[in-house]
Ligand binder design. Structure first.
Ligand SMILES: CC(C)(COP(=O)(O)OP(=O)(O)OC[C@H]1O[C@@H](n2cnc3c(N)ncnc32)[C@H](O)[C@@H]1OP(=O)(O)O)[C@@H](O)C(=O)NCCC(=O)NCCS
Length: 145
């Protein structure tokens, strides 16, 4: 199913916010939902809404972290398993040309690791962090040269 990336509209924010509240999705990503104010402020440097068949299917963004650039994305559950994250990342990589580009993915998040690997990212290491729910999360670090 074809997708397009466009700037985030104010009217997208409640939909994107609801998508990242989903418990199955937060378990996958292994970080708890951000509070609404933080989410609505959408403080990422570059943020795009993923549109599929004229529906807001999710978002994808990139930000600076510890002196390098990271990428991350979130797809609404009803849109999972249709290749949307894979396509969105492919298109996003045409917009964000910084290389290397990094991603952190929870070790159990097989789908997200696959999305990254299909777009040329390779596992270069491991990391872990204490998320704000106090849970230690083991992650893979992936890099696109
Ligand atoms: C992870 C996520 C982005 C995947 O989005 P998606 O649009 O369903 O992904 P795609 O359809 O492009 O599928 C990507 C690959 O993962 C595989 N996959 C999808 N869901 C899977 C699952 N639950 N378990 C294992 N593999 C899965 C697909 O089969 C595909 O691989 P293939 O092409 O080899 O068959 C989506 O589930 C999501 O937003 N989850 C919650 C937030 C999150 O985890 N964000 C990423 C944080 S790093």
């Amino acid at each position: 199913m074809p997708i397009l990336l466009r700037p985030v509209l104010e009217s997208d924010l409640p939909i994107l916010y609801e998508q990242q509240l989903d418990p199955e999705a937060t378990a996958m990503a292994a970080f708890p939902s951000r509070d609404k104010d933080a989410f609505m402020a959408h403080d990422s440097n570059i943020l795009k809404t993923i549109v599929c068949d004229s529906h807001v299917a999710g978002h994808i963004g990139s930000w600076e972290m510890d002196g390098h650039r990271e990428v991350g994305y979130w797809i609404g559950k009803e849109f999972w398993g249709k290749g949307i994250a894979t396509q969105a990342l492919t298109e996003f990589l045409e917009i964000v040309k910084t290389r290397p580009l990094f991603a952190h993915v929870a070790k159990h998040n097989v789908a997200s690791k696959r999305v990254l690997e299909k777009n040329g990212f390779n596992v270069i290491g491991k990391d872990s962090y204490n998320n704000s729910a106090g849970m230690l999360v083991d992650e893979f670090v992936l890099k696109l040269e």
